[in-house]
Ligand binder design. Structure first.
Ligand code: SAM
Length: 293
């Protein structure tokens, strides 16, 4: 994992080194897996995520000089918007995927210079202590398997009085597509590779998310779910989106390109019969809370 120029005074304390070392092997393994995001394709197809994220950004009440984290910043499309909203502040974009960070660097550095810093890290094991005035995050938390560790790690990274405003996939997210993926994964063509593959996402309902936030120490918490049905123009845009964003890890398990194409084509064919066709039944979970001052 590439290192970052974060002052060592902000890194986790030396007393936690043994635990950090054993956890890093997990983070490194996950990092290798997450290198496989196709960052160029994600940058191109992520308009749904950008529109949802812009609504969260619009609700932030910023002074303009904060130090903020964009947690799971991806290729930085929303990180740039966050920087635009901060006159004198700085943003640290954190992501586990080197591919995504490389795209974000290319996209953000020319415009924002030293106001943007990009750090490769697992959100569940962040190398920060009391560093940020606020944490913004969109479309990332549901990819993190250990949710309690995730929220604890975010809590540690916040300064006293700091805030969290985030959105990710929530309960019922993509329920129809997930049923189809599971069914297809048990058919003779795919079962050898996908049967028993655990779901790569965690989708909480509002109550579960609030309980987790409170358990790790957040106060003034608010959580709620929003439906976000997303309709694509045609089979091609639908299938490129599903391939790039949703079934990325399923496709990795298939041994060749023709089987991967067959998997996405069958999901696309099924979506063509829906009313409206080529629609994804997204549900977004909004989360906010603050760390007592
Ligand atoms: C769907 S993208 C969202 C990117 C961006 N926030 C947006 O809304 O366009 C999810 C991002 O979360 C990152 N991610 C997933 N698990 C992570 C983890 N454990 N630690 C850090 N980043 C993670 C992925 O690498 C990916 O860049």
């Amino acid at each position: 994992m590439r290192s970052q120029s974060v002052p060592t005074s902000q890194l986790a304390g030396a007393g936690r080194n043994i635990a950090v070392e054993s956890r890093e092997s997990v983070a490194e393994r996950d990092s290798r897996r997450d290198r496989r995001w196709n960052a160029a394709a994600y940058h191109r197809v992520s308009q749904p995520q950008v529109s949802w994220g812009k609504k969260i950004l619009a609700g932030l009440r910023l002074r303009g000089d904060e130090v903020l984290m964009d947690a799971g910043c991806g290729t930085g499309r929303l990180t740039g918007e966050l920087l635009d909203a901060l006159e004198d502040g700085r943003v640290v974009g954190v992501d586990i995927s080197e591919n995504m960070l490389a795209a974000a660097r290319e996209h953000l550095r020319p415009q924002f210079g030293s106001r943007i810093q990009l750090v490769a890290a697992d959100l569940a094991h962040l190398p920060f202590e009391q560093t940020f005035d606020g944490i913004f995050s969109t479309a990332a938390f549901h990819w993190v398997p250990n949710q309690k560790q995730l929220f604890l790690s975010l809590w540690h990274a916040l300064r006293p009085g700091g805030w969290l405003r985030a959105q990710c996939g929530g309960a019922r997210n993509l329920a129809r597509l997930r049923r189809r993926i599971d069914r297809l994964g048990t058919t003779p063509r795919f079962a050898a590779y996908l049967a028993g593959f655990p779901t790569p996402w965690v989708f909480h309902n509002a109550e579960e998310a609030a309980a987790l936030l409170v358990e790790v120490g957040f106060r003034e918490t608010e959580t709620n779910l929003d439906p976000a049905l997303t309709v694509f123009d045609d089979a091609q845009t639908y299938s490129e989106f599903v391939r790039t964003v949703i079934v990325r890890l399923h496709l990795e398990r298939l041994p060749d390109a023709s089987l991967r194409t067959e998997f996405v084509d069958e999901l696309t064919r099924q979506a063509s019969t829906d009313d409206p066709p080529f629609a994804l039944d997204y549900w977004r979970l909004n989360l906010s809370g603050s760390k007592p001052a």
